[in-house]
Design a protein around this ligand. Structure first.
Ligand code: F6R
Length: 604
């Protein structure tokens, strides 16, 4: 949540900061601001709303050093006063995270005469840095004094009076990267914002402080100055652009065949899943009695499907947990648990905390992550990277697919390692996965019927998704996507549960979308759908191959592609994504940046 950038060099800082903030806008878009400094001047520009608004603000003079912020409001409503940067005395800063003890610090500082102009925790942190910065000692002294008193999570980019042209950066639990560019040095919350300027970057570690000048960087740790390890990213700036699509979400939906292909191909050997290149071999499962999968939102939905697949293929008890619950109400017995953390960003605060808890209990933790070198990746025992490329739209699509493909292969792998699946069955299941990319590609080439369906859904105020087994978990994802981007109140139900209460909500024309890839449960789900039809529902079926005629199914039927269960499941997923996309578009919603949301949720 919140994106921060910094630049000091020889070029126009305003342009560079605004460009970086636009890239980071998916992290929050309630307000934005930049602070620019030169030897003789300081300028602050802050707006409520989108980064774009900063271009409207007049700034006199040329600046080559500054910091910027795009905000997802936590403390204090979205407003100009609460927008970052904040400035108190001789310190200006931007912040990503939450200062948990800000109220007690605020009282103390107010007692010392500080007058606050905002409701934010960030301004309090700024005043604390100022309290310890006397202008005569190096800013690092003040920084270390202040951070010893801050509780919570934070990444800061700071500027100190007397050190014009220099930036300082530090982090605790929130990410911060340093980029070495051709024209100067950069700070950013994530790698994508560095890519227009450099592929050379390093990650600040906890407790480290960086001082940036136009052509050099000095890294401090508690033990003194050190040389960081610089990495070279293989990602291109091009991969972060819309590439001719109207929305990132549509681009990312279309990138799924490639994302799946790139993710699974290094993990299939001789027609069977093989995770040895991720350091995961049979031995890791010795003594494992159960699997816990943790994640938030869509990642949790992948976890639900993954847990069911592990139980089916490896015959070992597996459960999925919402990470924010797992961290505070974990299962009683953690002994013998293998923990799998699923996260696109690798920075989700609750998932990270769950990983820490599991490691504290001595459990091996495997993380399934898209963002390289992210916090969760760095704290896990093993990492399975999904190779989906940067995902910019707030609603996840291609990363969900990549995660699901990993969980599917992993369940087969575990099944073979535990001797619960024969090689022949494992091979057949894997072949289905190998065909998924081309199955999805066929769907993407001709999705006209979904556009048709979306027209009839776009006027709805509520919708129900029903299914059984794995289809129910897919219902959760379908409903989440629809409500997230189109603001239709969509609910997912196990098909058999409707008549225990919810069916009272069905009225004439209420859309009920039934997912029916689970062949053994087909007839049961169909009966449940008919029950809603009898009460006036407008019914939609997503069907894998069936003997039934369309007349016997829904008012509107989508026939899924593929010859195996996993292909139908992926095709169904893509259909649900496209349906949400088209509905949101017809309703004129801001698809890539839905209201109130941010992509990377780094607060609890
Ligand atoms: C929904 C969505 C979110 C994320 C969730 C976890 O479309 O994108 O529900 O799945 O916030 O994020 P990561 O995967 O970064 O941990």
């Amino acid at each position: 949540m919140c994106g921060i950038v910094g630049y000091t060099g020889t070029e126009n800082a305003r342009k560079i900061l605004i460009e970086g903030l636009k890239i980071l806008e998916y992290r929050g878009y309630d307000s934005a601001g930049i602070g620019l400094v030169s030897e003789t001047d300081f300028q602050l520009a802050r707006v409520k709303g989108r980064v774009e608004g900063l271009n409207e603000i007049r700034i006199n003079g040329e600046f080559t050093c500054g910091i910027g912020h795009t905000r997802w409001a936590t403390h204090g409503e979205p407003s100009v006063e609460n927008a970052h940067p904040h400035r108190v005395g001789r310190v200006t800063l931007v912040h990503n995270g939450i200062i948990e003890n800000y109220q007690e610090l605020k009282k103390e500082l107010e007692g010392e005469g500080v007058v606050f102009n905002s409701q934010t925790d960030t301004e309090v942190a700024c005043a604390l840095f100022d309290k310890y910065y006397d202008g005569s000692t190096h800013p690092c002294v003040a920084i270390y004094k202040a951070i010893s008193r801050l509780k919570g999570s934070f990444a800061f980019a700071l500027m100190f009076k007397g050190y014009e042209g220099r930036l300082f950066g530090l982090r605790h639990k929130s990410p911060l990267l340093v980029g070495k560019g051709k024209t100067g040095m950069h700070l950013a919350s994530d790698l994508t914002a560095l890519l227009p300027y450099t592929d050379t970057y390093t990650l600040l570690e906890e407790g480290e402080v960086v001082e940036l000048r136009a052509s050099e960087s000095i890294f401090y740790s508690y033990d003194g100055i050190y040389d960081p390890v610089w990495h070279h990213s293989s990602l291109s700036y091009e991969s972060c652009k819309k590439g001719g699509y109207d929305h990132y979400m549509l681009k990312e939906i279309n990138e799924q065949p490639e994302a799946i292909e790139k993710t699974i191909s290094p993990r299939i050997n001789g027609g069977l899943p093989d995770f040895s290149s991720d350091g995961i071999t049979k031995e890791l499962f010795d003594g494992i009695k159960c699997v816990h999968i943790v994640g938030c939102g869509s990642a949790y939905n992948v976890g639900l499907i993954g847990a069911r697949l592990i139980e089916e293929h490896a015959k070992i008890s597996a459960s999925a947990f919402v990470a924010s619950e797992y961290r505070y109400s974990p299962p009683q017995n953690m002994q013998g648990a293998l923990v799998i953390a699923i996260s696109q960003s690798g920075e989700t605060a609750d998932t990270l905390a769950s990983v820490r808890y599991a490691r504290l209990c001595g459990c091996p933790v495997i993380s399934v992550i898209n963002a390289r070198e992210s916090s969760i990746a760095r704290e896990s025992s093993r990492i399975i990277y999904t190779h989906a490329g940067p995902e910019i739209a707030v609603a996840t699509t291609k990363c969900f697919s990549a995660q699901l493909s990993i969980m599917y292969l992993f369940s087969i792998f575990m099944g073979t390692c535990k001797g619960r699946l024969t090689d022949a069955t494992a091979r057949e299941l894997t072949e289905g996965m190998l065909r998924c990319s081309s199955t999805i590609s066929r769907r993407l080439k001709g999705a006209g019927e979904l556009l048709e369906l979306s027209k009839s859904l776009s006027g709805a105020s509520s919708a129900f998704f029903i299914g059984r087994g794995l289809d129910y978990f897919m219902c959760l994802e379908g409903a989440l996507k629809l409500k997230e981007i189109s603001y239709i109140n969509a609910q997912a139900y196990q098909a058999g549960e409707l008549k225990h209460g919810t069916i009272s909500l069905i009225e004439n024309g209420t859309p009920v979308i039934s997912l029916m890839t689970e062949k053994r449960l087909f007839d049961k789900t169909l009966s449940n759908l008919k029950e809603t039809k009898s009460r006036g529902a407008s019914t939609v079926c997503f069907l894998a191959k069936t003997e039934k005629s369309p007349q016997e199914c829904g008012d509107f039927n989508i026939f899924l592609k593929g010859n195996s269960f996993i292909e139908s499941l992926f095709d169904q997923l893509v259909c649900l994504q496209l349906l949400s996309y088209h509905v949101a578009r017809l309703r004129g919603c801001d698809i890539d940046k839905p209201r109130n949301l941010a992509k990377s949720v780094t607060v609890e």
